[in-house]
Design a binder for this molecule. Structure first.
Ligand SMILES: O=C[C@H](O)COP(=O)(O)O
Length: 251
């Protein structure tokens, strides 16, 4: 039985003050049980969120990491630094990082392994462009990203991973994949994991959908058997909407 996960990805939004206010508001709400809640925030917000959520089940995560533990990498943050702050998750391979910052499949693999080595869980993002969807190449593209990201990761670690399927054409566009499309792609990713490892590992790995998920669409999405949750951008920025996402996922 896989615990559903609703992971917010704040991207480059929310000042420290706004993050604190979000946390205070969220803590006043009664989050439905049975769904894991996580917020992946800008680096500067992480200490305040870790502090506010310390005595709760709400997890905190980062949106990026460097794959080396330390060294001359100006402006970068390492996995051991994030672990010491109490982080549970780190998003790796988000399409914005791949497209805007030139991250390669190999970088995503190295970052994911560094996150695991530090005792955290990577949320590994994969997904196709609109052109790849239209050309019919999308299943192969995503399978290739999954294979590259998981290279060298042990079966024991692989079962605990989170993979987020985020079709690039659905991110921040209001143009969500249908729940059936999301389910089909999550199933295809699970079968890829089974090919790389075994059925037990594939049954354990959690696969999220991301791309214009809203409180109004979460319930239908979560009714699908291979969708284990969502990676949510815009709709995770307001405590009220985030609370509604958790409630919808708990149905
Ligand atoms: O990581 C989250 C995704 O990029 C989705 O963002 P969105 O919910 O704003 O479309």
């Amino acid at each position: 039985m896989r615990t559903p996960l609703i992971a917010g990805n704040w991207k480059m939004n929310m000042t420290v003050q706004e993050a604190g206010a979000f946390a205070d508001e969220l803590l006043k709400n009664n989050l439905k049980e049975g769904v894991e809640a996580a917020i992946c925030a800008p680096f500067i917000d992480l200490p305040v969120l870790a502090g506010k959520f310390k005595e709760t089940d709400i997890k905190v995560g980062a949106q990026n990491v460097h794959f080396e533990k330390s060294g001359a990498f100006t402006g970068e943050i390492s996995a051991p630094m994030l672990r010491e702050l109490g982080m549970h998750y780190v998003i790796t391979g988000h399409s914005e990082r791949r497209e805007l910052f030139g991250e390669t499949d190999s970088d995503v693999n190295k970052k994911s392994r560094a996150v695991l080595e530090a005792g955290m869980t990577p949320i590994i993002c994969v997904g196709e462009t609109e052109e790849e969807r239209e050309s019919g190449e999308y299943t192969a593209k995503v399978a290739g990203q999954v294979t590259a990201a998981l290279e060298g990761i042990s079966p024991e670690s692989a079962g605990g991973l989170v993979i987020a399927y985020e079709p690039i054409w659905a991110i921040g566009t209001g143009k969500s994949a249908t729940s059936d499309d999301a389910d089909a792609m999550c199933r295809s990713i699970r079968s890829e994991v089974e090919k790389l490892y075994d059925k037990n590992t594939a049954d354990r790995v959690r696969i999220l959908y991301g791309g214009s998920v809203k409180p109004a669409t979460i319930e239908e999405l979560m009714s699908k058997s291979d969708v284990d949750g969502a990676l949510v951008g815009g709709a995770s920025l307001k405590a009220e909407d985030y609370t509604a996402l958790i409630a919808g996922a708990a149905q």
